[in-house]
Design a protein around this ligand. Structure first.
Ligand SMILES: [Zn+2]
Length: 689
C-alpha cells in the first residue's frame, strides 16, 4: 500500500499511464492511433452483422425495379426525416435548467457521413459542435440530450449509389461512452478531473458552415464506444458540481506555484491558453490572480504568449462566453501596454494577436448556462473529483455546521490528490438535513445496511430508484453511490473530517494535570478485557484518581466523561459498545481523536501516541454511520475519521486555531502515508516538517 502511494506521487505522465495499465488495454499513443483509425474508417464499412444483413437486403432491392425512397429501408425500420429533432436538441442550449449550452448555435440538420476530426484540442481549427456543461450534468444525461442528432440524421448514400445505407441506431450509453473516448486525453481519463462546471466539450459533430448541416457518424460512435473500458463505467454517472473559489491563501499559493513551475512566458502562456480552451469559468479567477501578480513586462509577455498559442477558432469560442470575454479583455489590456523596445518577432506576434482579438470584439457574448434542474430538489452528497492528479484517498465532509472542517477539506482538495465527497452547501448553519418523511436528520446516519447490500448487488436498480423517487431511501442511495464513486468502489482509503465541541472537556483540560497524571491516563483499553489493567473499569478508576479534590470531595469526577452520550472525546469513545480497542495517547488534546475500522491503522496510530479507537461492529450511536459501512465491507477497507475541536459550531475559528487543527490532521495523514499533496500548496495552510 505504502509503496503504491509513493509511486502515485510521481508526477510523470508515463508513470501514471503505466499504473493505469489495468484501466486501459491500450497505451495512450496506441489509443490515439486506434481512435484515428476508427474515425477514418469509410462510412460504408460498418462491420456489425446487423448492418451487413441490411446491406444484403438492400442489394436485393437494388436489383429490383423500384429504388427505395431516402431513409425508408424496411430492413432498417422506417426512419422519418425530421429536422425538427435537430432544432429541439439545439433549443436545449438556450433553455434554463437544461444544464448545457451549444457553441455554435446554428446547426440546422444532421446527416450521416465521414467524421474525421479528432476530439480534444487536436483539430481545434475544425468547425464542429461544442457543448458547455453546467452543474448536475453527467455524461449519460448529456448523451440523452444529444442523442437525436445521431438517431434522426439523414442516412448516408455512398457515391454512385441511389439508395442510402440504413441508419444505424445507437443508444444513450453507447454515445456517452464514445464522447468520453473521443475526448479521453482532453478530459484526462480515467480520473476525468476536467469534468467540471464550465467544461467546453468538443463533439464528433462536424459542421458545414455554409448551410449549418452537421455530419455525424453512428458507426464511428459505436466503434469508439466499443473501446471504452468497462472498469470506468461509473464515469458515465459523474456529476459536475459547482466550482468553489479557493481560499485567498490557497489561491495565492496556487499562483506562486504556477509562476515558479512555469518560468518562461511561453510556458505560462500555453498553459493558460490550453486551460482557457477547456474551461473559461474555472480559469477566470486564477488568470485574474496571475495577472494581478506579475509586473507590466511579464504581463505583456504572458498575454502575448497566450495569444500566440491561440487560433481564430478557439479565440472565437473563448470570446463568445462571458468569462472568456473577460479573460480576453484582460489579455487585450496587457497587450495594449506593450513595452517600447519589443523585438520584430514580438511585434509580428502582437499584430497577429491584435488582429485576432479585433475579429471577436463586439461579438455576441453569452452568460454561462444555469445548472441542470434536478427532478427532485433535495440535499445531496456531492462528489468533487481530484483536480491535482490520481487520487490516493477519498475525503469526506458531511456536517455543514463544522465550518473549519469544511475549509480544511476544501484546502486539502486543492492541495492534494483527493476525491472529495461533500455535503452540498445548503444552509451552513445546520448539521441536520431534511429527509422526506423523516424530517431533520444527521446526514451521517444515512448509510443503512439494506441500501449497502442492495446497491452492491444491483447498482443499476438503485440508480433507477434514486432517479425516480424522492424519499429517504433515494437519499440513502445517493449518499451510498457517491461514497462508492469517491472511494473508487471502496478501494481507496476514506478519510472523514469533523469538528467537535470541546465544552465537554473544558473542566478536564482546565485542571492542568501534571505530567505524571497525564501519563497515568495513557495507554490501551480493550472492550473484552473485563477488569484490571487495560479494562474500561481501569480507565474509569484512573480518571477518578486524577479528578481534583475540592474541600475533601472529588469534584468534578472526570470519569463522567466516559458516559456523556453524544459527545466526542477520547474517553467517551473508549467506552462505546462498537469500539473494540482504544488508545489514549494525547491527554492534553482529548478532543483530537481518530476513529478507525482496520486493526493496521489503529495499531499504527497507537504506536505514535494519537488518541485513536477501533470499531469492529455495528452498534450504538454509529449503527447507520458511514464508519459502519466500512466495518461491514471488511478488514481491508480503510476508514479514518479525524476529529478536531472547534470553539463554536458554524463559526470559522481564527487562522491560528485552524492552522493548529490542520497540522493535527496532516500529522495524522502523514503518519499513515496518506498525505499525497503538493507540498508547496499544502505549505500555505499547514506546517511542513
Ligand atoms: Zn461531525
Amino acid at each position: 500500500m505504502q509503496s503504491l502511494y509513493r509511486t502515485a506521487q510521481a508526477k510523470s505522465r508515463k508513470v501514471t499511464a503505466g499504473r493505469s495499465a489495468s484501466f486501459y488495454p491500450l497505451a495512450y499513443g496506441k489509443r490515439n492511433a486506434r481512435i484515428r483509425e476508427i474515425l477514418h474508417a469509410p462510412v460504408t464499412q460498418a462491420p456489425s452483422p446487423h448492418i451487413a444483413l441490411q446491406q444484403t437486403g438492400q442489394k436485393t432491392t437494388q436489383q429490383g425495379t423500384t429504388p427505395r425512397k431516402t431513409g425508408s429501408s424496411p430492413a432498417a425500420g422506417i426512419i422519418q426525416r425530421n429536422t425538427g429533432e435537430t432544432a429541439a436538441v439545439m433549443a436545449q442550449g438556450t433553455r434554463t435548467g437544461s444544464g448545457l449550452q451549444f457553441l455554435p448555435v446554428n446547426v440546422t440538420d444532421t446527416q450521416v457521413g465521414p467524421v474525421s476530426i479528432a476530439g480534444g484540442r487536436r483539430h481545434r481549427r475544425a468547425s464542429r459542435l461544442n457543448v458547455i456543461i453546467a452543474a448536475n450534468m453527467t455524461p449519460r444525461l448529456l448523451s440523452r440530450a444529444l442523442l437525436p442528432l445521431w438517431t434522426s440524421a439523414t442516412p448516408f448514400t455512398p457515391p454512385g449509389e441511389t439508395s442510402p445505407l440504413p441508419l444505424e441506431i445507437i443508444d444513450e450509453e453507447t454515445l456517452a461512452k464514445a464522447l468520453l473516448v473521443y475526448n479521453h486525453s482532453y478530459l484526462s481519463l480515467p480520473d476525468m478531473p476536467a469534468w467540471q462546471v464550465g467544461l467546453r466539450l468538443p463533439l464528433p459533430v462536424q459542421i458545414d458552415e455554409t448551410n449549418g448541416v452537421a455530419t455525424v457518424n453512428p458507426g464511428a460512435i459505436r466503434r469508439l464506444a466499443a473501446t471504452f473500458d468497462q472498469e470506468l463505467i461509473a464515469l458515465l454517472d459523474s456529476r459536475t458540481v459547482s466550482n468553489t473559489v479557493p481560499s485567498a491563501v490557497m489561491l495565492t499559493a496556487e499562483v506562486d506555484a504556477f509562476l515558479s513551475r512555469n518560468a518562461t512566458a511561453q510556458r505560462r502562456g500555453s498553459n493558460l491558453s490550453a486551460r482557457a480552451e477547456r474551461n473559461v469559468q474555472a480559469l477566470r479567477p486564477f488568470i485574474e490572480a496571475v495577472f494581478a501578480r506579475v509586473n507590466a513586462a511579464d504581463g505583456f509577455a504572458l498575454a502575448l504568449a497566450f495569444m500566440t498559442d491561440q487560433v481564430n477558432r478557439t479565440i472565437s469560442l473563448i470570446g463568445s462566453q462571458q468569462d472568456g470575454a473577460a479573460i480576453l479583455s484582460l489579455i487585450q489590456t496587457r497587450l495594449n501596454s506593450a513595452p517600447g523596445d519589443i523585438t520584430p518577432e514580438q511585434q509580428s506576434h502582437l499584430d497577429r494577436a491584435n488582429h485576432m482579438l479585433a475579429l471577436v470584439s463586439g461579438g455576441a457574448v453569452v452568460a454561462p448556462p444555469a445548472e441542470r434542474r434536478q427532478r427532485h430538489r433535495r440535499r445531496r452528497l456531492e462528489m468533487r473529483r481530484s483536480i491535482a492528479g490520481r487520487p490516493c484517498a477519498c475525503m469526506v465532509f458531511i456536517h455543514n455546521d463544522e465550518r473549519n472542517a469544511r475549509r480544511a477539506v476544501e484546502d486539502l482538495h486543492r492541495a492534494c490528490r483527493y476525491n472529495l465527497a461533500i455535503i452540498d452547501r445548503g444552509t451552513l448553519r445546520s448539521r441536520e438535513i431534511s429527509v422526506p418523511g423523516q424530517g431533520a436528520t444527521d446526514p451521517n446516519e444515512l448509510f443503512p445496511e439494506s441500501v449497502q447490500t442492495e446497491c452492491t448487488s444491483n447498482e443499476a436498480a438503485c440508480r433507477l430508484y434514486e432517479a425516480s423517487h424522492n424519499d429517504r431511501r433515494a437519499m440513502q442511495i445517493q449518499f451510498f453511490l457517491t461514497m462508492k464513486q469517491c472511494s473508487k468502489n471502496f478501494s481507496l482509503p476514506t478519510i472523514a473530517l469533523h469538528n467537535n465541541r470541546s465544552s465537554d472537556t473544558d473542566a478536564f483540560r482546565g485542571a492542568a494535570l501534571s505530567e505524571q497524571q497525564n501519563a497515568s491516563l495513557t495507554g490501551g483499553v480493550e472492550r473484552e478485557t473485563a477488569s484490571g489493567s487495560g479494562s474500561r473499569d481501569d480507565l474509569r478508576s484512573r480518571l477518578q484518581a486524577v479528578s481534583p479534590v475540592v474541600r475533601g470531595r472529588r469534584r468534578p469526577d472526570f470519569s463522567r466523561l466516559l458516559n456523556l452520550g453524544g459527545t466526542t472525546n477520547i474517553f467517551r469513545w473508549c467506552n462505546m459498545p462498537e469500539i473494540v480497542a482504544c488508545h489514549v495517547g494525547d491527554t492534553e488534546h482529548p478532543d483530537f481523536v481518530i476513529w478507525t475500522t482496520t486493526r493496521e491503522d489503529f495499531t499504527a496510530f497507537s504506536g505514535q501516541n494519537f488518541n485513536v479507537v477501533l470499531q469492529d461492529r455495528a452498534a450504538g450511536e454509529s449503527a447507520t454511520d458511514l464508519s459502519t459501512l466500512y466495518v461491514r465491507l471488511g478488514s481491508d477497507h480503510r476508514y479514518i475519521n479525524i476529529e478536531t475541536p472547534h470553539s463554536r459550531p458554524t463559526r470559522l475559528d481564527s487562522e491560528a486555531v485552524r492552522r493548529e487543527n490542520m497540522n493535527a490532521i496532516t500529522g495524522a495523514l502523514r503518519a499513515r502515508n496518506l498525505l499525497c499533496c503538493d507540498e508547496t500548496l499544502l505549505g500555505s495552510v499547514a506546517d511542513i516538517p
